[in-house]
Unconditional design. Structure first.
Length: 220
């Protein structure tokens, strides 16, 4: 593949970058979460069942924790985005498909397994796929003079890709930490990363991004 310009290191310099963590909540990550149950039922109805014994989300958690720690060590702000729904804000399509998740005040809407913002880190509540749609995320980033976002979380072909598209449209350098993203349908996950890398930004591994941040911090 041809050299990308600007390079990854130039795009995600700590001084201009934020790590945006998307929807790492019980309903999306936990095997008993509402999203997994709904998707498995839909795929079963389409005669393409997903393996109920496998939770592809679990392996990304430790890598994501490592990336978050690398961001904090390099002074990269971490912004936490989560879905919180109510009957009044649920999308018409979601209601029509009986797709109910992350309802306000429920276990499903809570952060998964100890994840979540530390004191001083920002939390953005969203109602749709993109973390930019109907939120203050763009205002928050611009206030901090952020020019690039590294995205991680779930689901890759849903909220991560939706946020990536809007980040590019808002003129941010956009990098997705592909091995810190996931969903039950891993074929769609890989296809989403390919689309992102070709059309909306870059896909990179958590280790690559962390090394860039560590090297940049060492030079300061």
């Amino acid at each position: 593949m041809a050299e990308r310009s600007p390079s990854l290191a130039e795009r995600v310099r700590p001084a201009q970058t934020a790590l945006v963590v998307i929807d790492m909540q019980n309903d999306f990550v936990h095997p008993d979460g509402a999203n997994g149950a709904w998707i498995r039922a839909r795929w079963e109805a389409d005669r393409a069942p997903l393996d109920a014994r496998v939770n592809p989300m679990e392996p990304i958690v430790e890598r994501l924790i490592g990336l978050i720690e690398a961001a904090r060590a390099a002074g990269v702000p971490v912004v936490w985005c989560k879905v919180v729904n109510t009957p009044e804000t649920d999308a018409r399509y979601w209601r029509s498909e009986r797709w109910t998740f992350c309802q306000e005040g429920t276990w499903g809407a809570e952060w998964y397994r100890g994840l979540g913002p530390k004191p001083g880190e920002l939390e953005v509540v969203k109602r749709r796929h993109s973390a930019f749609f109907g939120t203050d995320l763009d205002l928050i980033l611009r206030r901090q003079r952020i020019e690039a976002v590294v995205l991680a979380g779930t689901a890759t072909h849903g909220c991560v890709e939706g946020t990536t598209r809007d980040a590019m449209a808002h003129d941010y350098w956009t990098v997705v930490a592909g091995d810190c993203c996931g969903q039950l349908d891993m074929v769609a996950h890989e296809q989403a990363l390919q689309r992102i890398d070709r059309l909306f930004g870059m896909a990179a591994t958590a280790d690559t991004i962390a090394r860039v941040w560590a090297a940049s911090s060492a030079r300061q």
